[in-house]
Design a protein. Structure first.
Lengths: 114, 200, 98
């Protein structure tokens, strides 16, 4: 962890970019997942704290931190912390990602896209 | 978005779906709960914060309670703030407040909704604490000489909302009409609330 | 837990080497300010970040700094200030009368 997130005072003369992207449904779902997983009132108690989410984000490499989008960083952190705690297993996630990708490609082929 | 050069070749949207499917299958979350939470977040907009601001303009007792305990006072208006620990900071003719989170992007989401991309940018997070007046100037806000700038870095558990000054030309407006003038940017501190003629 | 510091008290942010998650920004370490308010008691982010949810709470302070104290080349007005939330274990009394 190299403190590359600790940005106060680190840049000068770089204009604040004012563009705004339309938030995507998957991004809203990542935000929702964090809220649900961190809710102390959920059955069994919170599975993650805001602090763990931040720590997971800060643990990304400087390149990842810089290149990943905001909610991509959240998603990487959520996965890392849930895997740490054994809530999910990375191997199972990889298998599921492959299945989801296959289903996605088949759907696109059916629709005649690309 | 894919990032082959960072070693990422997975579409984040598909990754989210796969992750959520596993969590649902394990009974950790339900799709219904995710949908409900998404709908809840879509309903969080700056109009909620604007109601708080307008009430403070019209009710000095409320304003005093708001400045003392922002969470409790917001709750008085029936707004679901869900554990938000709110500090409200008041702009005056001699003091202008600006909010930032240099370490991540903490933001009073329950009152303003999701933060704009610029608030989360490396440039804003790094420069707002160090050269706030230059940042404000980029947003078109040039403060009068003699106005002190106070920056709030949300480093811990509190979230901040700026109580902007009530603009001129609003004496004849109702509380709801005043609320309609209050912008998200004014409640972050990169803008003032414009007079009615400015808005039109 | 009785707060060690009171509003109005001069304090200095510790400047320690850290490993892992902290919420004290580097730019404020070693700087002197004044306690503006006690925000309440909260658990340490250094512990929460690693799954320890049951640690002891401690006071969290809002500390006000003069910008020209924080940045040697600060170009704004001399009275401009910066408020930062600092956990008690990151603060010490500042005897400096300035």
């Amino acid at each position: 962890m190299s403190g590359h997130h600790d940005l106060g005072g680190t840049q000068a003369d770089a204009p604040v970019p004012r563009g705004q992207h339309a938030i995507l449904p998957w991004e809203m779902r990542v935000d929702a997942l964090m809220q649900l997983l961190s809710d102390p009132k959920r059955p069994g108690g919170a599975l993650i704290s805001v602090d763990e989410l931040r720590r997971g984000i800060e643990s990304l490499s400087p390149d990842e931190y810089r290149l990943l989008g905001y909610y991509e960083r959240w998603l990487q952190s959520l996965i890392a912390v849930m895997a740490e705690k054994g809530v999910i297993e990375r191997a199972a996630l990889e298998r599921r990602v492959a299945e989801v990708e296959r289903a996605h490609e088949q759907e696109h082929a059916r629709r005649g896209e690309r | 978005m894919s990032l082959e050069h960072a070693g990422y070749d997975r579409d984040a949207e598909l990754l989210e779906r796969a992750f959520r499917e596993l969590l649902v299958e394990k009974g950790v979350v339900s799709d219904a709960a995710v949908d409900e939470r998404v709908e809840f977040m879509y309903r969080r907009t700056p109009a909620l914060g604007a109601r708080v601001v307008a009430r403070a303009w019209f009710d000095p007792g409320f304003k005093a309670r708001l400045l003392d305990d922002g969470s409790a006072a917001s709750g008085e208006l029936g707004i679901d703030i869900r554990g938000l620990k709110l500090v409200v900071v008041e702009n005056t003719p001699l003091l202008h407040n600006l909010i930032v989170c240099t370490l991540c992007s903490c933001y009073p989401r329950m009152l303003l909704g999701l933060p704009p991309d610029w608030y989360k940018s490396v440039e804003y997070r790094s420069r707002a604490v160090r050269e706030p007046r230059a940042v404000l100037a980029e947003f078109g806000l040039h403060l009068a000489a003699g106005v002190t700038v106070r920056v709030h870095d949300s480093t811990a558990d509190m979230r901040y909302l700026v109580l902007p000054m009530r603009p001129k030309g609003t004496d004849a407006l109702s509380e709801a009409e005043c609320a309609a003038l209050v912008t998200r940017d004014a409640m972050i501190g990169v803008a003032l609330v414009g007079s009615p003629k400015d808005v039109l | 837990m009785t707060p060690r510091f009171n509003p109005g008290q001069r304090v200095r942010v510790l400047d320690k080497v850290t490993v892992g998650h902290v919420r004290t920004p580097r730019y404020i370490r070693g700087k002197r300010g004044v306690v503006e308010r006690i925000c309440g008691e909260f658990r340490k982010p250094e512990e929460l970040a690693y799954g320890r949810y049951d640690g002891e709470r401690e006071p969290l302070y809002r500390v006000r700094f003069a910008q020209r104290e924080v940045w040697p080349d600060y170009a704004g007005a001399p009275e401009d200030t910066l408020d930062v939330e600092i956990y008690e274990h990151w603060l010490e009394k500042s005897e400096d009368k300035r």
